[in-house]
Design a protein around this ligand. Structure first.
Ligand code: GLC
Length: 730
């Protein structure tokens, strides 16, 4: 067949596809089989971009650089009238009802309007799915980034990105304003919890979130465009003032804040969002050197740059935006402006700037090439509508199990005097605190609404519910938010306290950073009972707690775990020994801020600090004894859940010699939670059945050197409940 014939056949196929997608009407005629090159899915993207660009009017091009908030469109036909190329849902901007199906219907409706334009360029729709698809009721809400930084697990973060992308794509949006790669240098900053940590290496490592969100190819089903934000230096402002000024030398700015963006560019991130903050007094939204010379030219970023919400309005320090601010921002290298309300004025001003020569046509074309390239790579011209095949993934058991794993791994055990943790499943426990039974508090900001809120705002498991599910008898776990009713009959009291939800500048804390009065009152009631007190801190950052720490027997930092509070309970009851490490240095006093690793100050807990079981508080070390000496535990057994799936899990148990001498032989007596059966076991010898089994060493791992350890692995049915293990030397 001739090349022309092949072209005709390919074109006819493309026309058929367009008819199927509702992008063309009527029967193809000889003329309409001459499919335009930019509509040929087989053609190279660069050629499609150039072909389309050559067909676009100035208004088409300006529209592609315009992003509006969905609620600002009035009427919806403005989307076509002004050729607007992008919409967003700001935090909490949701359809009514706020259901996945209503999201998909809303998205498709907007898309149909966009496709009604002469060139039929599909819109790209952005959302802040910063810890799961958090705007959508019923979606899986993962731990905020500060907790993910504590996991030190980039692969876990990639998996979270992939899960989030599916939940977003199922509802329609194709662009996620995440991850924040901010390096939080002052805990006063209200966005500290959006940072993976205070050193560039942590956000840098967690750019795997980008790989998870974007997948192997943007055109793959269930992937979305990622955004590295906020470029540059948002976490380094003086006194942690949100949208403030980052007063650093260029060398310091490059050393601390730039590396995560280098990693993001290398990971192929599709977009970068500009920071509201300034660098030495100049607003980033007008910073040509940092945006064009450094990000685009030096780092080679070939995606597109988007402003933050009304970010260009701040360039001159006065309300609203002017022709000069539009000119400055676009010439600095911003490709798309998140207006987000007065899109008509923006379009008019930019058109005037182009016509007057204030903004060169080359700049307009460069911005359009960047934006259109991503739209073609996303496959939006072929598949413009919501991919409803992913709707079932929203809040799925699989995603919630992943979130629970992330919660477990994010817990940082800061103190554990006398081994008060893990809790005995048979213990009589009193639970108190404003965040013990509150999905909203445990999720934090950017959840259902922009600021988040306390209360049962979305389906999930509270920390209290998780604790009761792991106790041998749920009725042995009592709860009163304020601590009323606690007495000496309890084995332990657990106070789940900390911060209520906030986002952005609303979370800035320029003054004291201690506990609030409500928490202090709750704690004093618990202490009055005389029973050991475990404090679980649900916060977006470290707080000033030094004055109280001595009164607490144990302290896990839970951060903002999201909807799967049972992950916190897994650690409290020992189903998972804590492995989290501080992603930020913990202040001894608020006067130390800013406080960061290596700055020579003496923190309460150092960056990287984190205890595990059965390690006790270093101030009360357990003295090693001789094997067989009465009262000496010859070895310890510690279970770690490696993988979990619906109905089963895989784990490993580390058996450590705690005698300080050679240990000849060990065995672990193991009481399994109800419903758990061992299905396979390796590197150990299993005896017994049902809930009471014994595992002993094999020929090659029975003998343990002083402080030596052996590990056996297993798979089991059921869920990893609280493991009760006793290690002995036969
Ligand atoms: C906000 C935030 C930014 C977010 C954007 C859209 O003000 O600074 O992180 O992506 O607006 O909601």
């Amino acid at each position: 067949m001739s090349e022309r014939g092949r072209m005709r056949r390919r074109a006819a196929g493309a026309v058929a596809a367009l008819l199927t997608a509702g992008l063309l009407s009527g029967t193809p005629t000889a003329a309409s089989t001459e499919v335009l090159l930019y509509r040929d899915a087989e053609a190279p993207v660069a050629e499609r971009v150039e072909d389309l660009l050559g067909r676009m009017t100035l208004d088409d091009k300006i529209g592609q650089m315009t992003q509006a908030e969905r609620s600002a469109l009035d009427p919806q036909s403005d989307l076509a009238e002004y050729r607007i190329g992008s919409l967003l849902s700001g935090g909490g901007s949701t359809p009514t009802p706020n259901t996945p199906q209503a999201w998909a219907d809303m998205y498709d409706s907007f898309q149909r309007t966009a496709l009604s334009t002469p060139l039929g360029i599909p819109l790209i729709y952005g959302v802040d799915a910063v810890h799961g698809h958090n705007n959508v009721r019923g979606a899986t809400v993962f731990p905020h980034n500060i907790g993910l930084g504590a996991t030190r697990d980039p692969e876990l973060v990639r998996a979270i990105g992939a899960a989030t992308a599916k939940e977003v794509a199922g509802t329609g949006p194709d662009w996620n304003f995440a991850p924040c790669l901010c390096v939080a240098r002052n805990d006063r900053w209200g966005r500290t919890y959006e940072s993976f940590g205070e050193v560039p290496e942590l956000p840098g490592a967690m750019t795997t979130m980008i790989t998870g969100l974007q997948g192997d190819a943007l055109s793959d089903s269930g992937t979305v465009l990622a955004t590295a934000k906020h470029y540059l230096g948002d976490g380094g402002t003086t006194e942690g003032v949100d949208q403030g000024d980052t007063a650093l030398s260029e060398a310091e700015l490059r050393a601390i804040h730039l590396p995560p963006f280098q990693e993001a560019v290398e990971a192929g991130v599709g977009s970068v969002m500009i920071s509201y903050s300034s660098w030495n007094g100049t607003k980033l939204h007008g910073h040509r050197y940092l945006i064009t010379d450094v990000l685009k030219t030096e780092l080679g970023f070939d995606g597109f740059v988007v402003s933050d919400w009304a970010g260009i309005d701040q360039i001159d320090g006065r309300d609203g935006f002017t022709a000069e601010e539009v000119r400055t921002a676009v010439n600095a290298g911003i490709d798309m402006v998140m207006v987000p309300y007065d899109y008509r004025t923006f379009v008019a001003l930019l058109r005037e700037e182009v016509n007057s020569g204030g903004v060169p046509m080359e700049r307009i074309d460069d911005a359009n090439r960047r934006i259109l390239t991503k739209k073609f790579e996303l496959g939006l011209f072929e598949e413009p509508y919501a991919d409803r095949s992913h709707l079932s993934s929203i809040g799925s058991a699989e995603h919630r199990a992943l979130a629970r794993e992330a919660v477990r791994k994010s817990q940082v055990l800061l103190k554990n005097s006398g081994g008060v943790l893990p809790l005995d499943p048979s213990a009589k426990v009193f639970v108190a605190g404003k965040s013990a039974d509150d999905i909203g508090n445990q999720s934090g900001g950017w959840t259902i609404t922009w600021q988040g809120s306390s209360g049962a705002i979305t389906p999930g498991t509270t920390i209290l519910e998780g604790m009761r599910s792991l106790a041998r008898d749920p009725s042995t776990v009592d709860h009163d938010r304020d601590g009323h009713g606690v007495d000496s009959s309890y084995d332990v009291a657990v106070a789940v306290i900390g911060e209520t939800p906030y986002a952005e500048g609303h979370g800035d804390r320029p003054a004291a950073m201690g506990l609030d009065r409500e928490d202090l009152a709750t704690l004093s009631r618990l202490r009055a009972s005389g029973v050991p007190v475990v404090v679980v801190l649900v916060t977006g950052r470290p707080l000033d707690i030094s004055a109280h720490l001595g009164e607490w027997d144990a302290l896990p930092a839970a951060w903002l775990p999201g909807t799967e509070g049972d992950g916190v309970a897994d650690v409290l009851y020992g189903g998972y020994a804590p492995t989290g490490e501080l992603p930020v240095t913990w202040m001894r006093s608020v006067d130390q801020l800013p406080l960061n690793e290596g700055d020579g100050q003496d923190p309460l807990f150092a960056f990287g600090h984190g205890l595990t079981y059965p390690e006790t508080d270093p101030e009360e070390p357990g003295e090693p004894g001789e094997p067989g000496e009465p009262g000496v535990t010859p070895c310890t057994a510690e279970l770690r859940v490696a993988h979990e799936w619906n109905g089963g899990f895989q784990g490993e148990v580390s058996v450590r010699n705690s005698t300080g001498a050679v240990l000849d032989g060990w065995q672990v007596d193991w009481t399994l939670p109800a419903g758990t059966d061992i299905t396979s076991l390796w590197n150990g010898v299993l005896a017994g059945t049902g809930s009471a089994v014994t595992v002993s060493g094999t020929a090659w791992n029975s003998r343990l050197a002083p402080d030596g350890a052996a590990t056996f692995g297993f798979t089991a049915t059921g869920a990893p409940g609280a493991a009760r293990m006793a290690c002995s030397s036969p």
